[in-house]
Design a protein around this ligand. Sequence first.
Ligand SMILES: Cc1cc2nc3c(=O)[nH]c(=O)nc-3n(C[C@H](O)[C@H](O)[C@H](O)COP(=O)(O)OP(=O)(O)OC[C@H]3O[C@@H](n4cnc5c(N)ncnc54)[C@H](O)[C@@H]3O)c2cc1C
Ligand SMILES: *[C@@H]1O[C@H](CO)[C@@H](O)[C@H](O)[C@H]1NC(C)=O
Ligand SMILES: *[C@@H]1O[C@H](CO)[C@@H](O)[C@H](O)[C@H]1NC(C)=O
Ligand SMILES: *[C@@H]1O[C@H](CO)[C@@H](O)[C@H](O)[C@H]1NC(C)=O
Ligand SMILES: *[C@@H]1O[C@H](CO)[C@@H](O)[C@H](O)[C@H]1NC(C)=O
Ligand SMILES: *[C@@H]1O[C@H](CO)[C@@H](O)[C@H](O)[C@H]1NC(C)=O
Length: 631
Amino acid sequence: MLFSLRSFCCLAIVAHLASAYNFPYEVIQLKDSDVTGNPDIAFGQLPSGIQAKCKTFPGDSNWPSEKRWAAFNTSLGGALTQNPPPVATCYEGPFQDAAKCDAAIKGSSSSLFAKENPLIPFQMWTLGNPCPIPAANNVNKFCNISSFPVYVVDATTVKHIQLAINFARNNNIRLTIKNTGHDFVGRNTGGGALQVWVHHLKAFEYLTTFQIAGYDGKAARVGAALEQYDLLGYMDASNVTLLTPGSSTVGAYGGFMQGGGFGYATSKFGLMADQVIAVEVVTADGRFVHADLKENEDLFWAIRGGGPGNFGIVTSAVVKAHDPVSFATWSFNFGTEIVGGNTTTSIQVSTDVFWKGVSAYFSHLVRINDANGIGWNSIGTTAPTSFNPRGFSFTGQVMMPAMASDEFRNFMAPMVTDLNDLGINITNPVPKWFESFPKSQYRAKGPGENVGNIRMVSRLWPRSIFEDTSSQKFTTAMAAIRSFVEDGGYSFHSVDYHPSNKVAGFPGTHSAVNPHLRTAIMHSTGFDTVSHGPDSTDEQQIAGHMRLRQYAQKWIDATPGSGSYMNEGDTEEPEFQKRLYGSNYERLYEIKKNRDPWGLFYVVTGVASDEWVVEGSRDGLPTQQGRLCRV
Ligand SMILES: Cc1cc2nc3c(=O)[nH]c(=O)nc-3n(C[C@H](O)[C@H](O)[C@H](O)COP(=O)(O)OP(=O)(O)OC[C@H]3O[C@@H](n4cnc5c(N)ncnc54)[C@H](O)[C@@H]3O)c2cc1C
Ligand SMILES: *[C@@H]1O[C@H](CO)[C@@H](O)[C@H](O)[C@H]1NC(C)=O
Ligand SMILES: *[C@@H]1O[C@H](CO)[C@@H](O)[C@H](O)[C@H]1NC(C)=O
Ligand SMILES: *[C@@H]1O[C@H](CO)[C@@H](O)[C@H](O)[C@H]1NC(C)=O
Ligand SMILES: *[C@@H]1O[C@H](CO)[C@@H](O)[C@H](O)[C@H]1NC(C)=O
Ligand SMILES: *[C@@H]1O[C@H](CO)[C@@H](O)[C@H](O)[C@H]1NC(C)=O
């Protein structure tokens, strides 16, 4: 059809080479004839040897001239942009503009703003706060625009992506990929980089039947940039269930899918990576390839769970669509007398009863997950004062797909009894029930999420801990959570889901999803919300990180041999290979070296990322500003 047949030099040649694309934007491709005599945009040849020690940085003698960037822009049909980050308008200099600065300050707290700008991600601290929103003390009162990607390709065709990859690789320039910018660890940005902005690759087509060896059922073609709210609208219109992220503007098939991706129906249908039946990708050599279980199997395996932005640029996929299912939820909360803020709606108990109540909730996780539901909770705390002891609050929610309202109320009754027996007087739970998940929350275009500067730690807690709640393992786990909050003073959050191999199904079980996710029933995150703001000094950030890791160690000690979730964890996860990838790391490393010997797709905590360092980073103080060099 529209593709020339390509074989891959070093891996097994596959017999079935289906030419596939899902959407018109994928028909527009870079042809061999387009690059003839133009070394800037020539395709890469595999295998390839190791290149220069460092990426070329703006100002270097071999940085491409303005003329070559302009020629590159011409080949892109004008899709190359070069703009300062919006907050640069708040600083003295050529970009200063009071009205724009005001708009940037107002907008910067919402994802609706961050996702529409190709340069600014969530979590400015991951870049080293190079252009902070002017803050109270203005510790960092300087906007360093050279810390951001220098140029952006606003990709609306496969050809744009191929050109960007070829130009960056041939000129040894760092390449970064931004979709919605929700990343928590700074994988979507880099100083001196050429940024590929994939945010406009949106398209959707529902397929009432789709057949491929091993699958015969409903499916959907999905553009790589679809966000949760887009999918909810399509689910409603097509009367199907799709897995989605939990928040409205998180991208579904970018970082979310490639890192695993859990959603409200994960204990029923698996992770987002488990939904993907086929995927279209531009690889590091600039070629556009189809990947499924039969064709480019290595890439297909790696890209589903093996880490965002590390193996290629995804342009679209075919994913499973499930029968429509209803959605029931029940929320409850309780706290100690002193919880700070609004205490009027809380059921108030003693500290001792509070923690017994927390354990009572966790003792129901296996039952909830075995019924295909998930739990969600947040434990907040307020610091003690000279008048009051430390306060605690618990907010919990259980989400249950495909269960009738009465049945769900009966299902929750044993937990209510357990809480009541402790003196936590939750009465008459009235679950909310919706015909479908979109009916519970769909709002066109949002509502969007808050953007802040928080640093996280993550841990996956094995199901085996929760199977016997009278066991020492369970007691130790509860004590670790309590100490994190009570002694550490950090808030705690967990989403309690179980994406077992059984629910992963075909072809989910054959993927690079972190095996620690398969055995987990709880994913906890803990937050440092104070050490990484625009006003923080280097010393505060380093000390904050060290302290957070000390308390996270209690979780690790309570869950020996388990791992962490790469999409909601620490930029400096110790032993990241074991914890974020588990036993898949070895094969992922091999695929990475075969597919991307240039190290074009570097991301922090990615496969083989330990072979690189961003200049200027220190322990506890990551940055993406400086030049990227091989270690
Ligand atoms: C408010 C909020 C809610 C969240 N909720 C959930 C949740 O419910 N479940 C969950 O599992 N996670 C959740 N996350 C974490 C989420 O999985 C990550 O933030 C993820 O990186 C988001 O992917 P993105 O593509 O939207 O973001 P981006 O920041 O744009 O991209 C993240 C990474 O993916 C790569 N990437 C993006 N698109 C592509 C592409 N097309 N091809 C190749 N690489 C690409 C980028 O290089 C980058 O490395 C949440 C995050 C936030 C901020
Ligand atoms: C690329 O070309 C377009 C169209 O001519 C132009 O608007 C844009 O400013 C150019 N980009 C750069 C970085 O010069
Ligand atoms: C949606 O699909 C279900 C079963 O697949 C069917 O029972 C129901 O009538 C459909 N609803 C609409 C509005 O088409
Ligand atoms: C506390 O919350 C209740 C219910 O949401 C609200 O009506 C009330 O105004 C709040 N009080 C304060 C002091 O914020
Ligand atoms: C809970 O209800 C019981 C029985 O009505 C009552 O004795 C007890 O004081 C209540 N506890 C709280 C904390 O409200
Ligand atoms: C701006 O950032 C670049 C890249 O990290 C760095 O080389 C340069 O020293 C910074 N400039 C200032 C004034 O901090």
